[in-house]
Design a protein around this ligand. Structure first.
Ligand SMILES: Nc1nc2c(ncn2[C@@H]2O[C@H](COP(=O)(O)OP(=O)(O)OP(=O)(O)O)[C@@H](O)[C@H]2O)c(=O)[nH]1
Ligand SMILES: [Mg+2]
Ligand SMILES: [Zn+2]
Length: 285
């Protein structure tokens, strides 16, 4: 029998067994427990995709599942780490979710001006880029329209304002936010667990804990190649079909980066990620 009852209200549920690890975005099979208010999660349904990152011990941790959109947030402060942005965008490409770049704290004008060169690079290769300020409620309705109907996760460095933006998008949301450290101007890892909240116009958004250094588990050279859309596109013109765009002759990607048709900064990110994926595959064969 193939029974499927979709439950749209909120329930409190326990998880059956220790091995079952549902994450935000999962669909689960759950049953009410006789004479108890709680439900029991029996199993997790097939995941269309999952966004993963290594935990503190280097093991793969699933952040969320069944995503249609990954919002990669940077901000005027802490100082943007664009390599983090590139890695999340690559992860989004690989899992088949739409990547969007959101730059928060646009009220801090001079740092925002400085970031515009890089933000334009993302625009040029077809990403939606949105500047906003959770503090001054600037462009929140634009972001809201962008996320409508989607299952989105907001990711990015600690302290960029992920939780502040979510509190702004959803009036009932009460996500805790935290000041940056006075000395380093880094975030203090305020959000500890991912939380999924419904958006007022349909769809849902997941608040996630910020990271100091995110290294998605991109294990194969092919995946790294696919993760950078402008490089992937250009690779059709390389002499060798399996060109890794490192030292191969006739590499069109390398030429494009030298001629500034492809951003050199993005190409550097690509090479860094390629070399770490090669180390991974050397290690695990
Ligand atoms: N100036 C300015 N400050 C902001 C803005 N949005 C958030 N902040 C501040 O930035 C700090 C960090 O915000 P959070 O929302 O906690 O950041 P987060 O990304 O959720 O951080 P983690 O949970 O640690 O990953 C807080 O002090 C916020 O008040 C903004 O648009 N402008
Ligand atoms: Mg937070
Ligand atoms: Zn090449």
């Amino acid at each position: 029998m193939n029974l499927r009852i979709d439950h749209y209200g909120e329930i409190v549920a326990r998880i059956k067994g220790k091995k079952l690890r549902p994450v935000c975005g999962d669909y689960v099979i759950a049953e009410p427990i006789l004479n108890e208010p709680e439900w029991l999660i029996q199993s997790i349904c097939h995941r269309d995709n999952e966004l993963t990152r290594p935990d503190s011990r280097g093991r793969k941790e699933v952040l969320a599942a069944n995503l249609s959109c990954v919002v990669v947030m940077a901000a005027a402060e802490p100082k943007p780490d664009w390599f983090v942005v590139d890695r999340y965008l690559a992860a989004a490409e690989i899992i088949g979710a739409e990547g969007i770049v959101v730059f928060n704290k646009s009220d801090l004008v001079s740092a925002t001006e400085k970031a515009k060169v890089v933000l334009d690079e993302y625009r040029k290769i077809g990403y939606s880029v949105l500047l906003c300020s959770a503090k001054n409620a600037i462009n929140m309705e634009l972001l809201s329209a962008e996320l409508k109907g989607k299952t989105a996760i907001i990711v990015g460095q600690s302290g960029v304002g992920k939780s502040s933006v979510i509190n702004n998008l959803i009036s009932e949301a009460e996500q805790r936010t935290g000041e940056l450290s006075d000395s380093s101007r880094e975030g203090k890892h305020t959000t500890a667990n991912s939380v999924m909240l419904n958006l007022p116009d349909g769809g849902a958004v997941i608040d996630s804990p910020g990271v100091r250094d995110y290294a998605p588990t991109i294990e194969s050279a092919q995946d790294v190649n696919r993760g950078f859309r402008e490089i992937y596109e250009r690779s059709q013109q390389c002499r060798f079909a399996n060109c890794k765009h490192l030292r191969e002759p006739g590499c069109s990607v390398k030429d494009a980066a030298a001629g500034q048709e492809i951003s050199e900064r993005r190409y550097e990110s690509y090479k860094r990620l390629m070399s770490s994926s090669q180390k991974l595959s050397d290690k695990f064969g």
